[in-house]
Write a protein that binds this ligand. Structure first.
Ligand code: HSE
Length: 428
């Protein structure tokens, strides 16, 4: 019989407990598929006494994940601690230095330190895998790194934060305000400890940065992801977008243009009838476009015990089978520094504003747009709210830079009340 592959699991929250359950309950299946038994040697967490719904007594216990990472009876260190620095980073580094393969679900760690950790893994002849870090149970890292390895990737798009998608969906189908939908998500336990990670687009931005590295052979460049959260979306935006045949999604888009690598995570309009437009609730979707394969759409649970543990175990199974893939789909030393470009691919834009209802107001706004070279495609004016008239404009394709010139000219018109909202309409 082959030697077992021995896991050391750091972090016994929902996902860690889910991994232990799979190892215990699916032992025969895992062995049949990988050709060797998979076992847990040791575990580590902050609180030893907590009941996690799974027996842990047969595993060695370490209070410190760094000690766990270097144990002789651990072949694969599974990092489920979380956080971009601190014990997660220290223990992953310790594991790689000790020659252990590493599987992690930690998007923040890799978004900030992915290049250095990939180099460390390769220098120590180890693999560092992170399927569970992006879009939970959807095997998107494997798809991009392996199945689509022969494609030039033309664009990757993703709705990769289930909490934001839940909030936007509840605003749309429940008629809730942003604050009400946020409170509902909170009551359901969907929000991260720091909710800004979700609604500020940071969690989804981490995931996008990891996908773009694989797609374009570039070093992870989270600092240059253009981030905008969903906090400014109002129920009016949801309704008016719907009225024009669109849905609003917190959408990640990365593409490599002649100007450089464009990465944005921001609220966008997508056609209501498209797969992205029909994605409701806490589900994730990743759309990958390759020059040979065309468009691939992957949809599934982006969080939760079973889906995330499934992704962790997919990486463990690869290691058990002897499949050794580079962290970002190319040797770490060959990944180039991304030449960053602000998202500049022309697109139509949705503009919502309130106008003082007096003669010539619309003409002033139209001429500010015209002078910036922005052409109006469609326009609607709605019933008054107080003295101001809600106006909705959909532009023809334009650059964000030209639109910003127009927006900067709005205050001088003296007719735009409050801050306009501008959202890109992504062709999907
Ligand atoms: N908070 C994330 C989400 C899951 O709502 O999708 C972890 O990345």
């Amino acid at each position: 019989m082959s030697d077992p592959l021995r896991l050391g699991i750091a972090g016994l929250g929902t996902v860690g407990a889910g991994v232990v359950k799979i190892v215990r309950q699916k032992a025969a299946l895992l062995e049949a598929r990988s050709g060797r038994p998979i076992a847990v040697s040791a575990v580590s967490a902050r609180n030893r006494d907590k009941d996690r719904g799974v027996p842990l007594g047969s595993y060695a216990w370490e209070d410190d994940p760094v000690s766990l990472a270097a144990r002789d009876d651990v072949d694969v260190f599974v990092e489920l601690v979380g956080g971009s620095d601190g014990p997660a980073k220290a223990s992953v580094e310790a594991a790689l230095k000790a020659g252990k393969d590493v599987v992690t679900a930690n998007k923040a760690l890799l978004a900030h330190h992915g290049q250095a950790l990939a180099e460390l893994a390769e220098a120590n002849d180890c693999v560092l895998r992170f399927e569970a870090a992006v879009a939970g149970g959807i095997p998107v890292i494997k798809a991009l790194t392996e199945g689509l390895a022969a494609n030039e990737i033309t664009r990757v798009m993703g709705v990769m934060n289930g909490t934001c998608n839940y909030i936007l969906t509840r605003m749309e189908n429940g008629g809730l305000t942003y604050a009400e939908a946020f409170a509902e998500a909170d009551a359901l336990g969907y929000l991260e400890a720091d909710p800004e990670l979700d609604v500020g687009g940071i969690d989804a931005g981490h995931k996008l940065a990891l996908l773009s590295s694989i797609a374009y052979g570039t070093q992870v460049d989270f600092d240059n992801v253009e981030l905008e959260g969903i906090g400014r979306i109002r129920i009016e935006d949801i309704r008016q977008a719907c009225d024009m045949g669109y849905k609003i999604k917190l959408l990640g888009v990365c593409r490599l243009s002649g100007r450089g690598l464009e990465q944005s995570m921001s609220p966008c309009l997508v056609p209501a009838t498209s797969p992205l437009g029909q994605l409701d609730g806490g589900t994730n979707m990743v759309v990958i476009e390759g020059d040979q394969v065309g468009q691939i759409v992957m949809r599934g649970a982006g969080a939760g015990e079973g889906p995330t543990a499934s992704a962790v175990m997919g990486d463990v199974m690869d290691i058990a089978r002897g499949t050794r893939v580079t962290t970002f789909g190319a040797p770490a030393s060959k990944l180039v520094k991304a030449q960053h470009s602000r998202a500049a691919t022309p697109a139509p834009y949705y503009l919502r504003m309130a106008l003082a209802d007096k003669p010539g107001a619309l003409a002033k706004v139209a001429s500010a747009l015209g002078e910036a070279g922005v052409s109006i495609h469609r326009m609607r004016q709605y019933d008054h709210v107080n003295e101001a008239a809600p106006v909705l404009i959909v532009t023809h394709k334009t650059t964000r830079a030209a639109l910003d010139v127009a927006l900067a000219a709005f205050p001088a018109t003296g007719v735009v009340v409050g801050e306009p909202v501008a959202l890109r309409i992504e062709a999907v």
